[in-house]
Design a protein around this ligand. Structure first.
Ligand SMILES: Cc1cc2nc3c(=O)[nH]c(=O)nc-3n(C[C@H](O)[C@H](O)[C@H](O)COP(=O)(O)OP(=O)(O)OC[C@H]3O[C@@H](n4cnc5c(N)ncnc54)[C@H](O)[C@@H]3O)c2cc1C
Length: 385
């Protein structure tokens, strides 16, 4: 049986020094009214000017080679930047996807021409990406994807529909998963290819889908004979299944996977005040101990990825446990604050954030891989299936 292995990794002195720098920058932006952390907790967070400033600081694509605009810093330094931006609810919507997964995908699989053109623009905070994987009949089971790319002169013609595409209405590019040939008898995962799609191409319609709160975050994206040039195919044709690499572990194990509703914990501490009763103190103590443990696990996975290990099992555990923790947080916060009046303004703000967090936590089970699917991966990793 495979053992679960979380290496005891600590953030380096460089990473901790960077934290001070990032906090000072965020404080400056908040004081200048560029964003409001509490409003940021409750609405889509995108700001082109902010993304450009973050790029100028060198905090987008910061682990990438310098020749593509990166800074060749460590993944644990990137971890600190992500963590601070997440806790501050900073408006990172325009650059986050490109920084976390699309850029690394291009680095590995794109042509030199595309890398030299697009990666520096990402690092400057000028280029927004979306992820085109899910479809009406293919979500967890990505290998059922049926949006077809057919060979034509000089490239491919794409026809079909992607669904739940976050940020497609802002995106300059998509990394899309398309069917280039049928699955084979021996391998049902065969036949899919990843492509770089220029969202300004003719033949693309982006139709908004509103979430349960009426906000526009994701979309339906319809391709009607959209042309993609040959050199926009990423990696080997038909072999996308082989390209499931460490990006997925980064996607699942980052601090954004357990800090999305952290504002509720901070507001709970504020409402309970500086001398909470035993029940309040014990409740806060448990929540903080749990999130601290999650954070240690998340740092560990990122350190293991940096060391070239494959912590798929551990990354899935972080995402699943992070989801469970975040989904319990509103219930616990409501319970612990039930009989506390405190400052009326603090209480009003707490109630508003509590209502918002309660409304959004169901989606956490779904985004980035559903809990059931992750548990299947964990069971397989443990040799149980
Ligand atoms: C906020 C948000 C943002 C998103 N952004 C994007 C995006 O940018 N790009 C993108 O491509 N997609 C995005 N998605 C889509 C998301 O990745 C899919 O919704 C997800 O993969 C689930 O697919 P589905 O909705 O088709 O559900 P299904 O796959 O049909 O699952 C339905 C239920 O069946 C369960 N299930 C399915 N297969 C198994 C199995 N093998 N074992 C056990 N249980 C199983 C699931 O856990 C789930 O409970 C986003 C989703 C959300 C909520």
């Amino acid at each position: 049986m495979t053992a679960i292995q979380f290496d005891p990794i600590r953030l380096s002195a460089e990473a901790q020094a960077l934290r001070t720098e990032v906090r000072a920058f965020l404080r400056q932006e908040i004081d200048a009214g560029i964003f409001d952390p509490l409003q940021g907790a409750m609405q889509a967070r995108s700001n082109a000017e902010f993304s450009r400033k973050v790029g100028a600081r060198g905090w987008i694509g910061m682990t990438w080679p310098k020749r593509y605009g990166g800074r060749e810093r460590s993944f644990l330094e990137r971890y600190v930047v992500t963590e601070e931006f997440r806790v501050a609810n900073a408006p990172v919507g325009l650059h986050f996807t490109a920084d976390r997964q699309s850029g690394p995908m291009l680095l590995k699989y794109a042509s030199e021409r595309i890398k030299a053109d697009i990666l520096p623009r990402i690092t400057r905070g000028e280029c927004c990406f979306c992820i085109g994987m899910s479809e009406p009949n293919s979500g967890s089971d990505l290998f059922a994807a049926d949006t077809r790319a057919q060979r034509c002169e000089g490239g491919w013609k794409v026809r079909g529909t992607k669904l739940w595409t976050t940020g497609a209405h802002h995106a300059d590019y998509m990394i899309g998963l398309f069917r280039t040939s049928a699955p084979t008898k021996e391998n049902r995962r065969h036949g899919l290819t990843q492509f770089l799609v220029d969202m300004a191409s003719p033949g693309i319609a982006v139709n908004p889908i509103l979430n349960t709160l009426g906000q526009h975050e994701f979309n339906e994206v319809v391709f009607d004979d959209m042309f993609v040039p040959d050199d926009h195919a990423l990696g080997e044709i038909d072999m996308a299944w082989k390209q499931a690499t460490s990006e997925l572990s980064y996607e699942r194990s980052g601090p954004e996977r357990f800090l999305e509703t952290s504002y509720l914990l901070f507001e709970l501490v504020r409402v309970l005040g500086s001398s909470p009763d035993v029940r309040g103190a014990e409740g806060i103590g448990r929540l903080v101990a749990q999130v601290h443990t999650l954070r240690r696990m998340s740092v560990s996975v990122n350190g293991m990825l940096e060391a070239g290990k494959d912590p798929t099992l551990e990354g899935s555990i972080v995402k699943d446990m992070g989801t469970v923790w975040q989904q319990q947080l509103p219930h616990k916060a409501r319970d612990l604050a039930a009989f506390i009046d405190g400052d009326a303004h603090d209480r009003e703000r707490f109630d508003e954030l509590l209502a918002y967090a309660t409304a959004i936590v169901p989606k956490l089970t779904i985004q980035g891989g559903t809990s059931e699917v992750l548990r299947g991966i964990i069971a397989r990793g443990l040799g149980l299936r």
